[in-house]
Design a protein around this ligand. Structure first.
Ligand SMILES: [Zn+2]
Length: 402
């Protein structure tokens, strides 16, 4: 029998593993803090009556065998954090899944379908540049070969760090029939609309590009305006135009330029080479394609007007993923019946749910984030809202497994 503690106590308990001076958490893959957290979670799962195991990459699972079928409903989130991140990102979903499943076992006995909780590793890619290392290994998209040549910022190879934790073996595909994740929103929509639960319909697709504009460097004083091939003016015109098109295109499409390199980057010289990034996100792939076609034809026009040449390099292409609409309908009815306010929404950030959502029916639910802040020690959700999230998760798991 577990001693009942509040959600806030549990969040603070898990945050002790990697707690930073300013109240944040740094819990990077295969570090001592990470190992301690996974071990402590495993113990907690066992105290709750679950049978546990750790797989070949370090994901920790806790299981209650179903009485009728061997269908597996998996629920959980990630235990790793960014550097000096918050106490809730990922961790809240792990805690919530353990609380929900152990309480269900206590109150209703064994489910018809198998329930598994999971504490996933390296969702963020904060120590090693392998985002979703844990979840992608479970579904078979990553294997041992993906570890080759992967090092952290101190030059430590991934396989060395893994072995140092006593984790070994070959990742194998694990059978999962359904995935349910509870997570903080990491945005301001729920708070602004004063809603307690976000019912996620899609996780956005993303494309990222680097666009290079080439003009000609010349003297800022002696080159009359009509004679210029100014790469920076052309780039600035493009960014303004891309933003205008994004505003006009669709309510939910977002386009961002967050990085720019200007050459030679000197105050009195016209720039001859400018590189800038473009990040485009939407829940519908066709919309992303249509937007990109439109702005790239605008780019051709602008380049011609300014007498510059250009190149487009795409380096990220992630397809949008739809969450299980059928379960969402059930969730919305449940929330209405229990007078819990909610908002149907698209997730603009990536989550383990998108990895599972590509292969099995998946559900993603959000609780509000104060001021939308995340990846920061200031990450905060009121205790009552955290509890509401767990209540809803528990209801969903009961509906699916019992
Ligand atoms: Zn997260």
């Amino acid at each position: 029998m577990m001693i009942k503690t509040t959600v806030q106590q549990q969040v603070d308990w898990l945050a002790q593993f990697g707690l930073t001076e300013d109240g944040g958490v740094t819990r990077l893959l295969y570090t001592a803090e990470w190992q301690q957290a996974q071990q402590a979670l495993r113990t907690r799962m066992e105290q709750g009556g679950l049978t546990t195991d750790i797989d070949a990459v370090g994901n920790v699972f806790g299981r209650i065998e179903g009485t009728q079928t061997d269908d597996i409903i998996l629920t959980g989130s990630h235990v790793d954090t960014v550097v000096n991140g918050g106490k809730l990102d990922g961790a809240y979903g792990v805690i919530a899944s353990i609380v929900a499943v152990t309480e269900l076992l206590e109150e209703h006995g064994r489910p018809k379908k198998t329930l598994e909780v999971v504490s996933l590793c390296e969702e963020e890619g904060s120590r090693f540049p392998l985002t979703f290392w844990g979840s992608r290994s479970v579904v078979g998209q990553y294997n041992l070969a993906h570890m080759d040549g992967v090092i952290d910022q101190h030059g430590i190879p991934l396989h060395v760090a893994r072995a140092a934790c006593g984790i070994d073996g070959v990742p194998t595909v694990r059978r999962v029939n359904r995935f349910v994740e509870l997570h903080i929103e990491q945005g301001q929509v729920l708070e602004r609309k004063q809603k307690d639960i976000g019912v996620v319909t899609h996780i956005v697709g993303q494309r990222r590009y680097t666009i290079t504009i080439r003009g000609e460097s010349n003297h800022a004083g002696t080159t009359p305006m009509p004679y210029r091939q100014d790469a920076l003016v052309a780039a600035a015109t493009c960014i303004a135009r891309f933003t205008e098109e994004a505003n006009a295109f669709d309510d939910t499409l977002v386009a961002t330029t967050g990085q720019m390199h200007i050459s030679p980057n000197v105050p009195n010289v016209i720039a001859n080479d400018v590189k800038f990034t473009l990040d485009v996100r939407h829940y519908d792939e066709a919309t992303i394609i249509a937007y990109c076609e439109k702005i790239f034809s605008a780019l051709a026009e602008i380049a011609a007007q300014h007498g510059v040449t250009y190149g487009i390099e795409q380096w990220l292409d992630v397809a949008p993923v739809a969450m299980d609409a059928h379960v969402n309908e059930w969730v919305k009815t449940y929330l209405q019946q229990h007078d819990i306010s909610y908002e149907e929404m698209v997730s603009g950030a990536g989550h383990d749910a998108q990895v599972f959502g590509e292969v099995v029916p998946t559900t993603l639910l959000f609780v509000p984030s104060k001021d939308g802040i995340s990846h920061s020690p200031k990450e905060y959700t009121a205790a009552e809202q955290l509890q509401t999230g767990i209540d809803v998760l528990k209801a969903v798991l009961y509906q699916l497994a019992y």
